[in-house]
Design a protein around this ligand. Structure first.
Ligand code: LLP
Length: 405
């Protein structure tokens, strides 16, 4: 684990704002998952949408991970980093025909979650192998925006449309080699994940799916964001799913593979965004600590009202005051935390925004024209700059260059 001193030391070298990732923790999370999912034919597909830094992708590749890709960009980057096409599953969300051709030309397996896309895939690529994404009809996840199951979801084919799926596959000679579901993100209880697993296994049989090789149960494993929160009970989930899957395979008559697609679980806790306090303001009701970063660099609090633990690295006294931690963007909503009790914050203090490894840099942008921070990886005691940030001048140069037609 990277301690406070290490964070301070690294920030001295690279400045702030700065993303720092703990590579050893990523490895630890990976092996924890692997250890608990005891079914022998389990494969882990890292949901690279959570954090696509090439060094992190390489690290997970070395651990043995495969890739869950959700865009042609994901697929191209994963291939570029060295993942083999057989170890990438492309979950196609509302793709255009051009995107379909691009990914298909790379030989990557498609996971298709709509009747419409399936039909169009069949027309374009008859006699191909395909994975079908079904809606698990379980409503679970950290907040409304990351719930993907249930009757109002834009994702997945409804289980009762199975016949239609089989018809289309028959018509175009598509072979269903995989079945997929994803319930949501940040699912707290193993029992909710289990429900999705059961709903999918319940309707699968060898007559309808003779070519089936794997069942993919998506991601969603919760990790703690607040100090009092707990990780999902992995041991229980791992045991129960593995047992259930084994029994299912016996009934099905074939030893299938079991896939999972974790994002947050592998990388969330590894990440820190270090920011510097640049001003303190007292309003009639509140204390505001203003920092040299804003929501384009870490949007989860503003976007989902997500809680990210924040430490004042420069003052660890026990006497606490309540602050809103506000950003440097020209919007009132630009805030990292509201009414947060922290040891007194003074100008120049360094704050550590925790759980910044998943969906933070990856959801970033340069709104208000501030470049994204650099990224640093700490692995086995080695500190490595894994993405240099652009300077303001370089960013502007790039914008001008890109706008030349
Ligand atoms: N598989 C599929 C098909 C997914 O859509 C997702 C996440 C995952 C796997 C990985 O889920 P995870 O293990 O990371 O929970 N930006 C949001 C999370 C969006 C998740 C989208 N899909 C956030 O910051 O909370």
């Amino acid at each position: 684990m990277i301690n406070k001193e290490k964070l301070l030391e690294i920030s001295k070298k690279y400045g702030t704002p700065l993303y720092i990732y703990d590579g050893d923790l990523i490895k630890e999370q990976y092996s924890k998952l692997k250890k608990n999912l005891i079914y022998s034919k389990t494969k882990i597909f890292y949901a690279m949408k959570a954090n696509y830094n090439p060094s992190i992708l390489k690290l997970l590749k070395e651990e043995g991970a495969s890739i869950d890709a959700v865009s042609p960009g994901d697929v191209l980057l994963a291939l570029e980093v060295g993942f083999e096409k057989e170890n990438i599953l492309f979950t196609a969300n509302r793709i255009t025909e051009e995107e379909m051709h691009l990914v298909k030309s790379k030989g990557v397996l498609f996971n298709i979650g709509s009747i419409y896309d399936l039909e169009s895939f069949g027309k374009n690529y008859p006699n191909s192998e395909v994975c079908i994404r079904f809606n698990p009809m379980v409503v679970a996840g950290e907040n409304d925006q990351v719930i993907t199951g249930g009757e109002n979801s834009k994702f997945g084919i409804f289980i009762d449309e199975k016949e239609k799926v089989l018809e289309i596959c028959e018509e175009y000679g598509l072979k269903i080699v995989g079945v997929h579901e994803h319930t949501g993100s940040g699912i707290p209880e193993a029992v909710q994940m289990m429900e999705g697993v059961k709903n999918i296994l319940d309707f699968l049989n060898k007559e309808d799916f003779p070519d089936l090789r794997f069942v993919d149960f998506g991601g969603g494993f919760k990790v703690p964001y607040k100090p009092e929160e707990k990780e999902m009970d992995l041991e229980k989930f791992g045991k129960e799913t593995s047992h259930l899957f084994e029994e299912f395979c016996k009934k099905f008559g074939k030893e299938l593979e079991m896939y999972f697609e974790p994002g947050k679980f592998l990388v969330s806790e590894s990440g820190h965004l270090l920011v510097k306090v640049v001003d303190i303001k007292r309003t009639p009701k509140k204390l505001l600590a203003g920092v040299n970063s804003g929501f384009p660099q870490l949007i989860r609090p503003m976007f989902y009202r997500a809680y990210h633990e924040i430490d004042n690295l420069s003052n660890t006294n026990n006497e606490k005051k309540k602050y809103d931690i506000v950003g440097n963007i020209c919007e009132s909503g630009d805030c990292f935390a509201w009414d947060r009790e922290l040891p007194e914050i003074r100008e120049g203090d360094l704050l550590d925004i925790r759980n910044a490894g998943a969906y933070c840099y990856a959801m970033g942008g340069q709104y208000n024209l501030r470049p994204m921070p650099p990224e640093v990886l700490v692995l086995e005691g080695k500190v490595e700059l894994i993405r240099k940030g652009l300077t303001t001048e370089e960013m502007i140069e790039k914008i001008i260059e890109e706008s030349k037609t």
